[in-house]
Design a protein around this ligand. Sequence first.
Ligand code: F3S
Length: 397
Amino acid sequence: MNLTKEEQAVLDGEQGEGKRKAMEILVALGKIYGAERLLPIKNAQIAGVSYHNLGDAGMEFLETLAEEGAKVEVPAMLNPAGMDLIEWKKLGIPEDFAKKQKRIVDAYVKMGVKPTCTCTPYLVGFRPEYGQHVAWSESSAVTYANSVIGARTNREGGPSALAAAIIGKTPYYGLHLKKNREPTILIQVRTDLERPSDFGALGYAIGTQYPNEVPYIIGISTVNESDLKSLSASIVTYGGAPLYHIENITPEARRKIHPLPKEKGIVEEEEIREAYEAINDEMEEVEFVCIGCPHCSLEEIKKIAKLLDGKSVKRETWIATSRKVKAQADRRGYTKVIEKAGVKFACDTCMAVAPLKGRFKSMMSNSAKASYYARGNNNMKTRFGSIEECIKTACGG
Ligand code: F3S
C-alpha cells in the first residue's frame, strides 16, 4: 500500500500514539483488501457504542485512545448507544450500565465525535452527496448511503470507522470503486408493495435468496423514504451486500452508469408472504412493542401520533429515534400525544443494542431487521408488521 510522506510520518508515530494506532488499523485493512492507497472521506459514522456490545475492554480501549490525544479530523458521529442518554431510568436501564455507557460516550466526545447516537445520520444533518466517499459502519445506514444517496462507503467496523475519522481517510477498496458497485443480479418484483414493512419483507426475500449479490430491482414504480429505510435495513441483514439499485429510482440506476446483469430472479406475492411468515413466530402474547428500526423519521412519528390520538397502550411500547428528530416531534406536538398514550421514547438507542435480554419474551416491531436481532441477540419471539399493526397490538388489539 502506497503511503504519502505525511501518512508515513503518522504511522511512525510523529503525531502521537492515538493517530499512530488509527493509521495502523487503516494500513492493516488496506493490505488485507488490496487497497493501493488511502482516500479522503467527508465524514464517518461509528458503530460500537453500546456498553452491552463493547464491555469493559472496549470501553477502556476508547478511554486510552482519548487520553492519548486522538482527535477526529472529519465530522464524525455515533451509532445508537445502549440507552437513552437522558431518560435511561424511564427505560429501566440499571445504574451501573448507565455509568459505563456514559464513560464510553464521554471518551468519544473527548475525541471530537458528535454524540448523535443514531443509525439515520442522513436525517440529522449528515447526509452526504452523490459520489462522496464516507466511512460509515451501521449496516442499514451504509446500505442507505450507498443505494439511496449514491455516496460510497464500505461497511466499516466500529474501530475502522473511528480510525478513518481520526485520520480523515479510508483505504480505497470495495464499494469506493465503481466496478464493485455494478449490479450482479436483476430482480423483477411482480407484486404490489404497499407499506414500508412490505419493503422489509422484500429485503428478506432478496437477501435470503440471493445473498451477497448486488440486486438491480425492476417493477417498483414509487417509493417513499420509509420504504427505502426499511429495504436498506433488511436486505443487508438477511443478504449481506450493503448496496442495491432500483430502476428509475436510486441515483446510479437513474444515471444508467452500470451494465445490466444477465442473471435474473423474480419476487412474487408468494415470496413476500413467505417472508412475513418466516419472521413471525407463533406466540401467545406480545409483551413489548418497539417501532423505529432504523430510527423513526419525523414523518413516521407524525403517523404514530395520529394513530395514537385519544388512545392508550396496554403493553410496554417504545419509539426508537434520534434525539434531533424527537426534538422536532416535540415542537410539532407529536410527542405530547404519543406520551399521553403511554408510549416511551427511546432516543439515542434501539431494541437491538439496549440491554433487553431476559426482560421480554416477545416483541412486535415494524422492522424485519429488528426481528432478526430480537431473536438472535435477545431470545425473543418476534412479530413483524406495519406501523398500523404495531399500534393496534400496543393498544391491546
Ligand atoms: Fe438502527 Fe438499531 Fe435497527 S441501530 S437499524 S434501530 S437495530
